[in-house]
Ligand binder design. Structure first.
Ligand code: PLP
Length: 489
């Protein structure tokens, strides 16, 4: 039996009985060595089943993906790349890595895929250094008539190192929705590059392409990074590429958040970054619903440098995770994944509409991806207070800055919400309208408390009965859309 692509978005229901037996056996084995880990593992599933998870970067991978990670591939060192390893005995890792890369190329229509990065941050580091190697190191070596950095004199090597460390990066600012790896100073990206940010239009909240072009012309970056963690709108990557081409920059797109919408063909044409970007990076565990990890897709002129991710940035790949990436990418190539991705976007729309009809404020006035950014200042709250009050009522979210946030990056004025996880459980648009109603119920019944030394940005009180009422209502939604249906421990 295969899952109905329209009504079921949770892969694994068709083999739930077998997966249950596998998990029971695994937990029994773990219990015999460290029972507290077995207990924490059982509790994690119970807690995930019982909470309304709206964290935009999270999802629920299928049992097939999760089970794949618990294998002896974890024990194997395989530094290098397919067919060129620094260790013997990597024939099975070669099979796994080749399959994962092949699925990635086919799914995204990419000429080249590198599936070794352990996370999104690693993928971005591989991409940055591959671009630096291609655009700075290789021409400098050619100028000096050298083939390899080890052939350079101390003086030439110092000159090259200075050049590598003296390049410019233009990325989306953190408070407009960019990610800290896009040049934020506390992150290594902000230390590696001279960095400048582009933001969004202060009136509409939408990306202002003219402002991006102006910043690119003035700053002349080597790299323009597009992509976001908290921007609730689509991006025109053809326009971003035109801007990059005009100033001679390499366009790098970090699609960590919305890779599932690209894989599921919700973002196509100018909204699909892969044909437009020179290099595209992603995580595999967010909307793509795979194991925790990263990936880099590249146009041919960058593929050789990306392929040297190890030893350039990485050590031994996590072969067990690459195997799970192959399984998740195979799932994402099924028609059911396209239905899932469409539903993720439809559900975000329903969530946004649910807020708007209840007079809540949304950054950009809505969404057309999987993210809704709720500005909670109209409830008289900081993001920190809203996040905590919602958690008291069993709703898991994360606070997030809004553009030009008066409360800064710690307390914030927003709550970021995403639909990928609950859509996997089977939630539909009516359920998300109800979720909006519950969130508005909690926030309308939350009052900020004054600290003795002035206003507190963290303290609040929730009106009596609110947490219980909302818990009961979400329990109904969760029961109607069970996580891992049929899976029993
Ligand atoms: N890039 C973007 C756009 C992200 O949103 C994130 C994670 O939140 C990352 C990169 C980093 O991913 P990871 O946590 O896997 O390192």
């Amino acid at each position: 039996m295969t899952a109905d692509p329209v009504t079921s978005h949770a892969p694994g229901a068709e083999y739930a009985e077998t997966a249950s037996a596998a998990y029971r056996a695994a937990l029994q084995v773990i219990e015999s060595v460290e029972p507290r880990i077995a207990a924490a593992t059982r509790k994690e599933l119970a807690d995930q089943r019982d909470s309304l998870k709206l964290i935009a970067s999270e999802n629920y991978a299928s049992p097939a993906v999760l089970l794949t990670m618990g294998s002896w591939f974890s024990d194997k060192y395989a530094e290098g790349t397919i067919g060129h390893r620094f260790y013997a005995g990597c024939q099975n890792v070669d099979t796994v890595e080749s399959l994962a890369a092949e699925h990635a190329r086919e799914l995204f229509g990419a000429p080249y895929a590198y599936v070794q990065p352990h996370s999104g941050i690693d993928a971005n580091l591989v991409a940055f250094w591959a671009i630096l190697a291609t655009r700075v190191e290789a021409p400098e070596l050619a100028n000096l008539g050298a083939k390899h950095v080890n052939d350079l004199s101390e003086a030439d090597w110092e000159t090259l190192r200075n050049k590598l460390g003296n390049q410019r990066l233009l990325g989306m600012s953190l408070d407009a929705g960019g990610h800290l790896t896009h040049g934020f100073r506390p992150n290594i990206s902000g230390k590696m590059f001279h960095q400048r940010s582009y933001g969004t239009d202060p009136h509409t909240g939408f990306l202002d392409y003219d402002a991006v072009a102006k910043a690119a012309r003035e700053f002349k970056p080597l790299i323009i990074v597009a992509g976001y963690s908290a921007y609730p709108r689509r991006v025109n990557f053809a326009t971003m590429r035109e801007i990059a081409d005009e100033v001679g920059a390499t366009l790098m797109v970090d699609m960590a958040h919305f890779a599932g919408l690209v894989a599921g063909k919700v973002f196509t044409g100018d909204e699909d970054p892969v044909p437009h970007a020179h290099v595209t990076t992603t995580t595999t565990h967010k909307s793509l619903r795979g194991p925790r990890g990263g990936m880099v897709l590249a146009q041919p002129e960058y593929s050789d440098a990306v392929d040297k991710g190890c030893p350039m940035v990485l050590g031994g790949p996590l072969s067990h995770v690459m195997a799970a990436k192959a399984v998740a990418l195979a799932e994402a190539r099924q028609p059911a994944f396209q239905a899932y991705a469409r539903r993720v976007a439809d559900n975000a729309q329903a969530l946004a509409d649910g807020f708007l009809k209840r007079d809540a404020n949304l950054v950009t006035g809505g969404t057309d991806n999987h993210i809704v950014l709720l500005d909670v200042t109209s409830f008289g709250l900081t993001g920190r207070q809203a996040e905590s009050a919602l958690l008291d009522a069993g709703i898991v979210t994360n606070r997030n800055s809004v553009p030009a946030d008066p409360n800064g990056a710690w307390y914030t004025s927003g709550i970021r919400l995403g639909t990928p996880a609950l859509t996997t459980r089977g939630f539909g648009p009516d359920d998300f309208d109800r979720v909006a109603e519950l969130i508005v119920d909690v926030l309308s019944n939350t009052t900020p408390t004054q600290a003795s030394s002035g206003p507190s940005k963290a303290k609040y009180t929730l009106a009596d009965g609110t947490a219980e009422r909302v818990h009961a209502a979400s329990a109904e939604l969760l029961e109607a859309n069970p996580l891992y249906p049929g899976l029993t421990l």
